[in-house]
Design a protein around this ligand. Structure first.
Ligand code: PHE
Ligand code: ZN
Length: 879
């Protein structure tokens, strides 16, 4: 661990004073240690500081020797500290060789080289390479790599690194070695190495220009039969990137390795992706539709990085969104093309609001291009990834699809093989499209979610409708009094009977308009409005803002039923629910009796009655906001959150909506039963979604609820249906519920990924004793604090997915989380920091929750030698 981590600022960026000509690594794997010899050929840059000493990063490295141009250096000839090593006197061009010893078996942070079961593997992004060897560990230093790996042949028959294998050596003592060469210069964060006894699934892909690329997925032997979906997904992604962006793969080999121990989803190392096995392994008996979807999109995401991230990489970590925002946008477009575009958009926006909006309103708020960080790992955030993708989407909307594609072409033509900035991307888009994006750039620099206020004026006599738009951008830590942003607003209008109407805007008749708000306030005038119309704004969620528009129930019902934009149909449903919920909250607080208006129920009833027209969309519309989403809704309106009250009001609302629809839900459940073998295809997925949503509603009826769940569990024939039933069963106290969980555990004890689900359903249980059960499950032989998937499945799911049971009034949930965070601080600070962030929203809660959460944060802060990951979050939360 670094001794004294320090703040890094974008404004302090300076290029490296040396050029790294080539990197040679010799990695020798032994019983309990690994020796790494690095051979760096360097040259001082003439345009740099010619006096500057040479500094190489390096952490937790035991030095075995350092040679400068072949001469062994004495310890006084360099200076080592917790961050790395400094050489004060190096010639203009030289070769530096360092030999260090590292200990992967005790590396529980899963950064650098670490043991994962029987294999050894690496994770270098963002700053993990410095735990493997001394190196200029920064993304703007790129070099071709030559890697030699040597190990015992029986324990490690497979030895992988980036690029192409160029040599095999047989050595005495049952040892062997493999050499790899990566011809594409790359930064250290894209380096990867894997050693183990692994099974390999092979296939090939023929590129558009007729080259054959070998595809290989490596797994532990027992999982060899679970790679087919990942392989199919990979080939789909390769085809799509050629078709849509004209981008082909560039090496002869594309390898993926699946490991059970991984901090994140997956990593795009050049030619050798390393994946959390959750995003590789699947078969119908063990994986849900959600798992299949996740695999398809993460495989695509990592593959797309080969161009957006690897061929063109980032100049410094402040530019992370250059590769992540763009690659998320690309994987979103891919999924939209493979599955249902409208469902994908709805789910992405829902997740943006649930994760990014609160982040943007909390203590860790930062711009898409952050200005400062203590620990880079803390900035792999929803803001950088998901808001970053929204920025790319707005550029796509503002320039149009053809110009956008030309902009991408220009971006690659200009920057292939280079490390660049978000500004370089915007400039390429601007130059290729002719669009003026000068004001738009503010989106990269200003944090906070803009609020877009809309009012309408209709002059019946003149047939003139005026939209008054105003934007407010809230202050965020370190940023006040912000400038207005460029907000693209796709707009249409509907008659009261649901027809999309043709209107006149600046002399042009059209059914849809792209309005662009560029100042604090602006009015937009439409003519030819002879009858009252309902505005449909921000269609497809054309900008990441909070829309405030006063539409009444009748108007929202028109959009819910008739909007030609499926996203805005869903959005109208959301607005209807949120308005109703707010009203109920007010009634509850004032001690009035709560009533859900008939016309609200009728609007949703109509959606269910017509569900067969678009089952996927209906399932999204009828899937009500979670308690967590309702907390955010209140917090955004500066109403302090009382978890008990939210629970009570939401339950009341759900009951009121469930009762009149009971027979409709029963009918829907029957109608959505699919026959035959499980296939992962959009039509079946949406039927299963609607069927399992029906089950959710049916499970709520006191007398018959559990019967429905049992019956669904009995006839479930795929994991999607089994999990839906098991999750609902886990809320009940019935003996049948206990038995289902036991049977499931017995059946799947051998399958780590399925057991994650088993831990998770119990962590999400609404039963009163859930905290005690979670504590008990920590002692389960299959649970481990060292495995991030297990920590997320049990502790993460409980603390962030089960707000009702986590936010206990006595603070026991918070105290539990604080202890886990302190434990993780010593094991895996990255995962610990994700867990502690759950407390970031403490200021949005009512007493006593607020004080109890704060107490937990203060308790964590007291620990001496807290990791920079957790310290940064806690300090900002308490600031
Ligand atoms: N770069 C990876 C991705 O987005 C995510 C990642 C970051 C993985 C840091 C590991 C460590 O695909
Ligand atoms: Zn990524």
């Amino acid at each position: 661990m670094a001794e004294t981590a320090e703040m890094h600022y974008l404004k302090d960026y300076r290029p490296f004073d040396f050029e790294l000509k080539s990197t040679g690594l010799d990695v020798s794997i032994h019983g309990t240690f690994v020796d790494v010899t690095a051979r760096l050929v360097m040259e001082r840059r003439q345009d740099g500081d010619v006096q500057a000493p040479l500094f190489l990063h390096g952490e937790d490295l035991e030095i075995l020797g350092i040679w400068l141009d072949g001469r062994l250096l004495a310890p006084r000839e360099f200076l080592q500290d917790g961050q790395g090593v400094t050489f004060f006197d190096v010639p203009v061009s030289f070769e530096l060789v360092t030999k260090v010893r590292i200990f992967p078996d005790t590396n529980t942070a899963l950064e650098g080289l670490y043991r994962a079961g029987s294999m050894l593997c690496t994770q270098c992004e963002a700053e993990g390479f410095r735990k493997i060897t001394f190196y200029p560990d920064r993304p703007d230093v790129m070099a071709p790599f030559h890697v030699r790996i040597e190990a015992d042949r029986s324990l490690f028959p497979v030895l992988l690194s980036n690029g192409n294998p160029v040599k095999n050596e047989t050595l005495p003592g049952n040892r062997h070695a493999v050499c790899w060469e990566d011809p594409f210069p790359k930064p250290s964060y894209l380096f990867a190495l894997v050693a183990g006894d692994l099974a390999c699934q092979k296939d090939f892909f023929r590129t558009a220009d007729g080259r054959d690329v070998q595809l290989a997925i490596y797994t532990e032997h027992e999982n060899a039969n679970q790679c087919e979906h990942a392989m199919v997904s990979l080939k789909k992604a390769m085809t799509w990137d050629e078709d849509v962006f004209g981008l082909s793969y560039d090496l002869d080999m594309y390898m993926i390795v699946a490991t059970n121990d991984f901090n994140m989803g997956a990593m795009e190392n050049k030619g050798l992706n390393i994946f959390n096995s959750k995003y590789v392994l699947a078969r119908p008996e063990t994986a849900t539709d959600g798992d299949f979807e996740g695999i398809e999109s993460v495989i695509a995401h990592e593959y797309f990085h080969n161009w957006t991230g690897n061929r063109v990489t980032v100049k410094n970590w402040f530019q992370l969104s250059l590769k992540e925002g763009l690659t998320v946008f690309r994987d979103q477009q891919f999924t939209a093309d493979m599955q249902s575009a409208s469902v994908k958009r709805i789910q992405d926006v829902r997740s943006l609001r649930a994760r990014q909006f609160p982040e943007d309103a909390g203590p860790m708020a930062h711009s898409v291009r952050p200005e400062a960080y203590l620990e880079m790992n803390n900035f792999y955030t929803a803001t950088v990834y998901d808001k970053g993708a929204e920025l790319i989407r707005m550029i796509h909307t503002l320039t149009g699809p053809e110009n956008f594609r030309s902009g991408m072409d220009l971006y690659f033509a200009r920057h292939d093989g280079k490390a660049v900035t978000c500004e370089d991307f915007v400039a390429a888009m601007e130059d290729a499209s002719g669009a003026d994006l000068s004001l738009f750039r503010l989106w990269y620099a200003q944090a906070g979610t803009p609020v877009l206020h809309v009012t309408t004026d209709w002059d019946e006599g003149k047939g003139r409708l005026t939209l008054h738009l105003r934007q407010d951008i809230p202050d965020t830590p370190g940023q006040k009094n912000k400038k207005p942003m460029v907000i693209p607003i796709r707009t249409a209008f509907f008659s009261r009977s649901g027809e999309q109407v043709l209107l006149d805007y600046r002399g042009k008749k059209d059914k849809e308009f792209l309005l662009v708000l560029r100042s604090k306030e602006e009015s937009f005038v439409f003519d030819g409005v002879s009858l009252p119309v309902v505005p449909s704004l921000l269609r497809g969620f054309s900008a990441p803002v909070r829309l405030r528009i006063p539409l009444n129930t009748e108007e929202l019902a028109v959009l819910l039923a008739w909007d030609s934009d499926p996203f805005n149909r869903w959005e109208a449903g959301r607005m209807l629910v949120e308005r109703t919920f707010r009203q109920l909250v007010e009634d509850h607080r004032a001690g009035r009796s709560m009533v859900v208006p008939e016309d609200v129920i009728a609007a949703f009833q109509a959606v269910l009655e017509n569900a067969d027209q678009d089952p996927a969309l209906a399932a999204e519309i009828l899937n009500m906001p979670s308690e967590g989403e309702l907390y955010h809704l209140l917090a955004a309106e500066k109403i302090a959150v009382n978890p008990l009250m939210v629970h009570e009001v939401r339950e009341f609302f759900l009951d009121a909506l469930a009762r009149p629809l009971k027979t409709l839900w029963e009918r829907t459940w029957y109608a959505c039963r699919t026959q035959g073998a499980y296939v992962f295809r959009a039509a079946d997925v949406s039927k299963r979604r609607l069927k399992n949503l029906s089950l959710f509603w049916l499970s709520r009826f006191p007398d018959t609820g559990f019967g429905w769940v049992e019956r669904a569990a009995e006839e479930a024939s795929c994991m999607t249906d089994r999990m839906a039933a098991l999750q609902l069963a886990a809320h009940f106290h019935e003996e049948g519920s206990r038995r289902m969980l036991l049977d499931f555990e017995r059946e799947f004890a051998q399958d780590a990924l399925v057991m994650d689900k088993w831990f998770q359903v119990q962590a999400l249980s609404r039963r009163e004793n859930t905290l005690a059960r979670v504590e008990e499950l920590m002692g389960h032989p299959l649970f481990s604090m060292k495995n991030p998937n297990k920590v997320r499945a049990l502790i993460g799911a409980f603390a962030s997915g089960n707000p009702f049971r986590f936010h206990r009034k006595d603070g026991a949930g918070y105290a539990f989380l604080a202890e886990r965070v302190l434990e993780l601080d010593g094991l895996n600070p990255q995962v610990g920091s994700r867990m502690v962030s759950i407390l970031n929203a403490w200021k949005t809660f009512e007493e006593p929750w607020r004080s109890e959460m704060k107490k937990a944060l203060m308790h964590i802060r007291k620990k001496e030698g807290l990791s920079s990951d957790i310290r940064e979050v806690v300090d900002r939360a308490l600031a």
